[in-house]
Design a protein around this ligand. Structure first.
Ligand SMILES: Nc1nc2c(ncn2[C@@H]2O[C@H](COP(=O)(O)OP(=O)(O)OP(=O)(O)O)[C@@H](O)[C@H]2O)c(=O)[nH]1
Ligand SMILES: [Mg+2]
Ligand SMILES: [Zn+2]
Length: 435
């Protein structure tokens, strides 16, 4: 039998727990063909049940031939690098089971199509071309766990019916190693909370399990797409007790604000008029409109003025074109940042850690929080208390809103041709905190 207790030697920490069911017993499994996995699943009803899926639920394989490898449900008596939970049979990326001191848990929640899976996938397995903020460098290496049940990291099909996906990645920076364990929850769970109460309850159970697990850091990430029409419900409008759960110690709650690339310059003249009390802010906006470099020696002054003007203005509901133009400006700043290191002949990572790079990021992030709060207010979202708290002087939470977007290469809108902008910032933040 390959069953062994958590005390056995190996990569499993003494206090390891399954995030899905809280189980503490694990067993080794070998690789096999995906169709073997698919067939064996019928004999493991707990796998679906712990995901809130009915026994007869399909697991939505869209590929006609199941020809890739996948860890099966068989017992292996030698280490294989693949482990399942003895209770719920979930495949657990090793990053969930290692030493808690160097383990960071990320959990993404949000409505369908918010960009959760894209964001995690880009973070964990950036293709060579896909880093804007931390370009391939020998300073940081990341080693993703390949299997994201029911698929692999190469094809975690967003159309799977499985509401919970477990991702893992080992991050190495200088001589430190950090295990990053990601839990990706499908938006459908929140969207149809009353239609899919089983799935929703399972998610609450998982949150409970996570809070009982030991970790260096737990990031609860609410993924909210930029939506100028304000017609799509977002996770902040749910009012569920998921949002604003009193942050357990070590928990960081924040918003990943995606789709910022969709923001348009709608009211150029109005934008300049709005900024007119600050000469440096007007100059910054003019440069962005002209397609010129947004950074000069007055950048910090300019962006601080913009931030203050946005904070002071009331009733954004009546000025959404202006708000969108300001959001467009924020995205120009994000793109502009990415070009600076090359100009200064330094690597992106090195630039982030030198005073000037992190200063630019800090100010852009501050503006992102303020703009997000303005949209949130205008859209009747409910993130205001979290953002207000994080903006208090001396607040611990330095990272309430992480702005993100995708640049599409060429004319294609194929997500695989996208280039995430600022997606890696969280990684650098994690490294900075553990430095
Ligand atoms: N333009 C743009 N597209 C994005 C961005 N982030 C994600 N997308 C696209 O949005 C679509 C949905 O992304 P997913 O990552 O599957 O969304 P999700 O939140 O995981 O959705 P569910 O799993 O259904 O809850 C995909 O086509 C992505 O390519 C972004 O920042 N900008
Ligand atoms: Mg998804
Ligand atoms: Zn389990």
């Amino acid at each position: 039998m390959g069953l062994f207790r958590k005390k056995d030697p190996g990569a499993i920490a003494k206090d390891a727990r399954c995030p899905v069911c809280g189980g503490t017993v694990f067993y080794r499994v070998p690789l096999g063909r995906a169709d073997t996995w698919y067939r064996q699943l019928d004999a493991q009803p707990q796998w679906k049940r712990y995901r809130g899926l009915p026994d007869n639920a399909g697991v939505a394989f869209s590929e006609p031939r199941l020809e890739w490898d996948q860890p099966t449900f068989d017992n292996a008596d030698k280490p294989t690098g693949h482990l399942r939970c003895g209770t719920c049979a979930s495949l657990l990326p090793p990053q969930f089971l290692g030493e808690s001191k160097s383990r960071v848990l990320l959990i993404t929640t949000g409505m369908p199509q918010a960009g959760k899976t894209t964001w995690l996938k880009c973070l964990f397995q950036p293709a060579q071309k896909k880093h804007l903020i931390a370009e391939p460098t020998s300073l940081i290496s990341r080693d993703p766990y390949y299997y994201i049940e029911p698929y692999t990291i190469a094809n975690p099909d967003p159309r799977t019916a499985v509401p919970i996906l477990l991702h893992g990645m080992k991050l190495t920076f200088q001589r430190r190693e950090i295990d990053i364990a990601g839990i990706d929850i499908k938006g459908e769970v929140f969207h149809q909370r009353t239609n899919t109460p089983d799935k929703y309850m399972r998610v609450l159970d998982i949150l409970k399990n996570l809070r009982a697990m030991k970790f260096a850091e737990l990031f609860m990430m609410f993924v909210v797409p930029f939506d100028p029409t304000r017609t799509r419900q977002n996770i902040g409008q749910l009012g569920a007790h998921l949002v604003h759960q009193p942050g357990a110690r070590g928990t960081w709650q924040g918003v990943i604000w995606t789709h910022l690339d969709r923001a348009q310059l709608r009211a150029g003249a109005h934008l300049l008029a709005f900024l007119e009390s600050s000469e440096s802010a007007v100059a910054l906006a003019q440069r962005a409109i002209a397609g010129e470099d947004v950074f000069d020696s007055r950048f910090v002054d300019a962006v601080s003025h913009i931030d203050r003007l946005v904070q002071q203005k009331q009733n954004w509901t009546a000025a959404l074109d202006l708000l969108e133009s300001l959001t467009w400006l924020l995205y120009r700043i994000m793109l502009g940042y990415s070009a600076v290191p090359a100009r200064l002949r330094t690597g992106n990572v090195e630039f982030y850690y030198t005073g000037i790079g992190s200063l630019l990021v800090k100010h852009a992030r501050q503006l992102a929080s303020t703009l997000f709060a303005a949209w949130d207010g205008a859209g009747r979202g409910d993130f205001a208390p979290m953002i207000r708290e994080s903006q208090m002087p001396g607040s611990e939470s330095r990272f309430p809103v992480l702005p993100c977007g995708i640049e599409f290469l060429g004319s294609s809108e194929d997500p695989d041709d996208g280039l995430p902008v600022w997606g890696d910032l969280l990684l650098l933040e994690i490294l900075a905190r553990h430095g």
